[in-house]
Design a protein around this ligand. Structure first.
Ligand code: AMP
Length: 283
């Protein structure tokens, strides 16, 4: 497994497989890897001849009062997991090289970036779209894998690659959860043992809504009320949003159907967690 820091070096390494017709599979991450990341890497291993993992805590997708400086890091552990998943190249650029003095270009996926996390984290998805564009230009993947855990991010990236004719196949992968239902996230490391218990309210809200939907309930007002009641029953939890939107355009809906997305953002103490489900999809 090669560990590459320089952008030029990474670009040079990407050219050979392209010439030889070997496919590059790419998994961009912010590191502190867990089984969710591993599921993307294993699928990438199947889909590409060369598997590239990037680890980059992208400063331009963080707001001023967010957790950029405290974001968890453990490179040695990340390398072990990457190696076990068959990664060929780990690309770890520096922020200074990614955003040198004078950097001023951005990519914005206008409408899809507005609701949900976009409304609470202004500029977040511009930062994501911009860094993914840069990473695609550096790594030159044939296929890139993203988790449905960040459903809006996946939607934004699909739109961006289509709109800008990027020659990359985008693959969305299911949410990996702990045995008790908590969606894996690097940010779970912030949770104290009691917060870790409280964090289950996201999963419980999702399960409750899925049960009601399966029993025939279609009113978004009713479903939203029930989801909120589950989360509000947990004293350590503060709702950022509970929203039902169509899973394609992320437009608001009054009646749920099988493609409806339930998206949640909840603060557990100081830690903001997100989770989601598409009501008609397997769980
Ligand atoms: P991050 O390092 O949090 O930026 O995540 C990197 C990639 O891993 C993104 O495409 C995420 O959606 C994906 N990911 C994070 N957590 C999970 C999870 N629990 N299940 C599946 N994919 C995940």
């Amino acid at each position: 497994m090669k560990i590459i820091n320089s952008i030029r070096h990474m670009q040079a390494l990407a050219i050979a497989p392209e010439r030889e017709g070997r496919r590059i599979a790419f998994v961009p991450t912010m590191g502190y890897l867990h089984e969710g990341h591993a599921s993307l890497l294993r699928e990438g291993r199947k889909r590409g001849d060369v598997l590239v993992l990037s680890i980059f805590v992208n400063p331009i997708q963080f707001g001023k009062n967010e957790d950029l400086d405290s974001y968890p890091r453990d490179m040695e552990r990340d390398f072990q997991l990457a190696d076990a998943c068959g990664v060929d190249i780990v690309f770890i650029p520096s922020a200074a090289e990614m955003y040198p003095h004078g950097f001023q270009t951005g990519v914005a996926v206008r409408e899809l970036s507005q609701p949900l996390c976009g409304a609470r984290r202004p500029g977040h998805f511009d930062g994501v779209a911009t860094v993914i564009t840069k990473l695609f230009n550096i790594v030159r993947p044939d296929v890139a894998l993203f988790g449905c855990k960040d459903f809006q991010q996946l939607t934004v990236i699909r739109r961006m690659t289509e709109d800008l004719n990027m020659p990359v196949e985008i693959v969305g992968m299911p949410i990996v959860r702990e045995a008790d239902g908590l969606a894996l996230s690097s940010r779970n490391a912030y949770l104290s043992p009691s917060e870790r218990q409280s964090a289950l309210c996201l999963y419980h809200a999702i399960t409750k809504v899925r049960e009601l939907f399966a029993a025939g309930e279609r009113s978004v007002a009713v479903l939203a009320r029930e989801a909120r009641a589950v989360i509000e029953g947990e004293s350590a939890a503060a709702i950022d949003y509970v929203e039902f939107r169509d899973g394609a355009q992320l437009q608001e809906q009054e009646q749920a159907d099988s493609s409806t997305l339930l998206a949640l953002a909840v603060k557990i103490g100081q830690t903001r967690l997100i989770d989601n489900t598409v009501l008609g999809e397997e769980f």
